[in-house]
Design a protein around this ligand. Sequence first.
Ligand code: F6P
Length: 463
Amino acid sequence: MGRLIVVSNRTPGRGPAAGGLAVALRKTLAERDGFWFGWSGRLVDAPSNEAAFEDIEGIRVGKIDLTRDDHHAYYAGFSNSILWPSFHLRLDLATIEGHWYEGYRRVNTLFAQALLPHIEENDVIWVHDYHLIPFATELRHLGVRNRIGFYLHIPFPTLDALYAIPHNTELMRDLSRYDLIGFQANRDVSAFAEFADHQSPSTLSGSPLKSVDFSRTEVAAFPIGSDPEAFAKLAVSPAATKMVRRMERALGDQSLILGVDRLDYSKGLPQRVEAYEKLLANNANLRRQVHLLQVAPPSRDSIKEYQETSDTLDAMVGRVMGHFAEPDWQPMTYVKRAYGQPSLAGLYRLAHVGLVTPLRDGMNLVAHEYVGSQDPDDPGVLVLSRFAGAAEIFEDALLVNPFDTDETAEALRLALDMPLDERRRRWERLMEAAMAHSVDRWAESYLARLTPNGPDGKPAPVR
Ligand code: F6P
């Protein structure tokens, strides 16, 4: 079997910040003598075009530096001000600057050129996420004939949103240069199929997308997950217990409703606070009985739309506090900071309700982590957006339309009132689903499809 090369914008870091993806792929990378490749996190005036390799907690990682201008056009610009809002169906929040596309392509070219000398004949290359859609095209131009797979961690857009993206034809042609495209959910496969169907000659007239040939690309859903058993252990670890004790003292008899999200407009945070406001307004008996803790580490804060989301939320939290707080009671706590996994696992376990209500989300791993962290004897309830990829897996959550804040408020009330036997029944099925979709199984099933089956593991045919 050939080596595995994983390519993504961010590379694994040291310490507890190392994401679930890094932990999950560490073993596979070691077994297959592979490495991770991506941006170093450094912005310099004159970057070298050669990658620097180092070992990071058992993972061999090759990194390249970028200039500030290239990084801005590629990351804050094309990736996060055009692709991210469009793929999340927020065209109203997209900013289109023509020159960002050049920076986006240039960074993909630089990445490919720097990776090229390190590719061996039978290597399998696994590219992650929307920052790197053109990566296979760039490698193919350089003569690479290896198997190359792409995995999209965010949702695939509807046709209208796709057509609103500048250079959408090139981007879709870029996708067709992969051997395998993995999506989070069946929803995304269907959206992609709708687009691919539009490619038939009879429907082409008037379409800005001239036929892109996907006949050599395999497409399927591979829903990502977490490591629920690791979260179960982490949630009772000393570090988690320390956080739980602190919180228990602060909460007294109140039931905890918990939200944990990057501060991103796709997460539906203003709608969530509004739903909580309605819960308190409609159920006076719940005041002093419940507490909402929203953890929201800032993200991509050089982008105006992220700053505006943050301002909106500040104002809404202020409104809820002003309206419902009393000298000796506060309805909610809002923390704009990141916490390590042990503390989060403790909070998940303590929370009576895990409130996960993105307006649109690729998967949402907080939902998986919440399920994994529950006490089997006294589990909490997951209130989950229908528009998270996780909703296809977690049918036993209380599923809500996050735009309908009355519905979310009512789901919160039901969750807080839910009898123990129903909580147990639901949680057992949720935990089964979380285990069936663990991150290990995800990587295994994707790589089983991407890796050539032949006894000699021959590379894919020339294209
Ligand atoms: O899930 C989508 C994603 O863009 C990941 O690729 C990324 O690790 C995460 O969100 C955080 O975003 P960023 O890397 O922009 O901080």
